[in-house]
Design a protein around this ligand. Structure first.
Ligand code: AMP
Ligand code: ZN
Length: 117
């Protein structure tokens, strides 16, 4: 069983932000921004490439609720999912990183190489 399934099953503790029948949002253990929340479907699906549109539709609404609950709905936030090896996915249970709590840096280091394409 994967680590996030163990969190859903309460075998591993978590710091819950918001919960519904189908989704869970909890604080990332190693935050990369002042606010760093992970949003997951309770049912295991390995990555974004394999998630259904139906789940994503419901996950959109849940994510908006999370943003409102933690107070970043007006100030803004960033939503990221790392998909597969090249995307840098480390936990193979679909999750969205919700980052916020201040102006977030954006890496422009690839722009010069893109111009030459
Ligand atoms: P990713 O690299 O996109 O797969 O992201 C995995 C994220 O899960 C990382 O940001 C980790 O810090 C986070 N993480 C791993 N284990 C836990 C855990 N037990 N509780 C909370 N966050 C975790
Ligand atoms: Zn899982």
């Amino acid at each position: 069983m994967c680590i996030f399934c163990k969190i859903v099953n309460k075998e591993v503790s978590n710091n819950t932000v918001h919960e519904s029948e189908h989704f869970l949002a909890f604080h990332d253990l190693y935050p990369k921004a002042p606010i760093h929340v992970l949003i997951i479907p309770k049912q295991h699906v390995d990555c974004f490439q394999n998630v259904s549109g139906e789940t994503m539709s419901a996950l959109t609404e849940f994510t908006q609720e999370v943003a409102t609950k933690i107070g970043v709905d007006k100030t803004g936030y960033r939503l990221i999912t790392n998909n597969g090896d090249d995307g840098g996915q480390e936990v193979n249970h679909l999750h969205f990183h919700l980052l916020g709590g201040g102006k977030l840096p954006w890496d422009h280091s690839h722009e010069d190489s893109l111009k030459s394409l």
